[in-house]
Design a protein around this ligand. Sequence first.
Ligand code: 5GP
Ligand code: MG
Length: 180
Amino acid sequence: MNYPSDMVLQPLLSAEQVARRVRELGEEITAAYSGRPITLMPILHGSLIFTADLVRCLPLEMVIEVCGLRSYAGATTRPSHLTWTMRPPGDLTGRDVLVVDDIVDSGATLRCVLDAVRAQKPASLRSCVLLAREPLELAPDFLGFRVGPGFVVGYGLDYDGRYRNLPDIAVLGQPGANAQ
Ligand code: 5GP
Ligand code: MG
């Protein structure tokens, strides 16, 4: 994609690799719930595109309930302070909830959502995450890929609001620097 950029994008995962893994995740999740209806809870905004593809690989009865968390920190540094932009709904008791996120780094974001949902006593609570930074701080129940230390963008993941629409996933670097 011809994207105006003052940064360097190093290819990491192609759209085809991601699509294949999303289909496999769909099969794993479908088998795990064996026909039970689920409540899918994507964390906005990063998991938007992943969720849009994932739900079409899940032939399960489902409702989608979004939530949003914002972290206040530098655009490519770890979140220092989490604030809800949209809280989970208050009627999750007894439901089979699957939280979906784009990437687990420190695990703080996913842990915060899982704690908020768990407090409502769902029937079951699991997580599905596309990417997780090594070493793994928090293991999702369903994981797409493990990634290294570089800051990744594309397929819903942004840098300061940009790059979400890239079909591939790339590592962002400064011009002249080694991104990994
Ligand atoms: P954690 O709370 O696990 O430290 O970080 C998770 C959140 O930080 C993600 O949902 C994402 O919004 C952001 N994040 C962490 N690492 C990256 C990255 O490499 N690229 C992008 N675009 N966001 C990241
Ligand atoms: Mg996120």
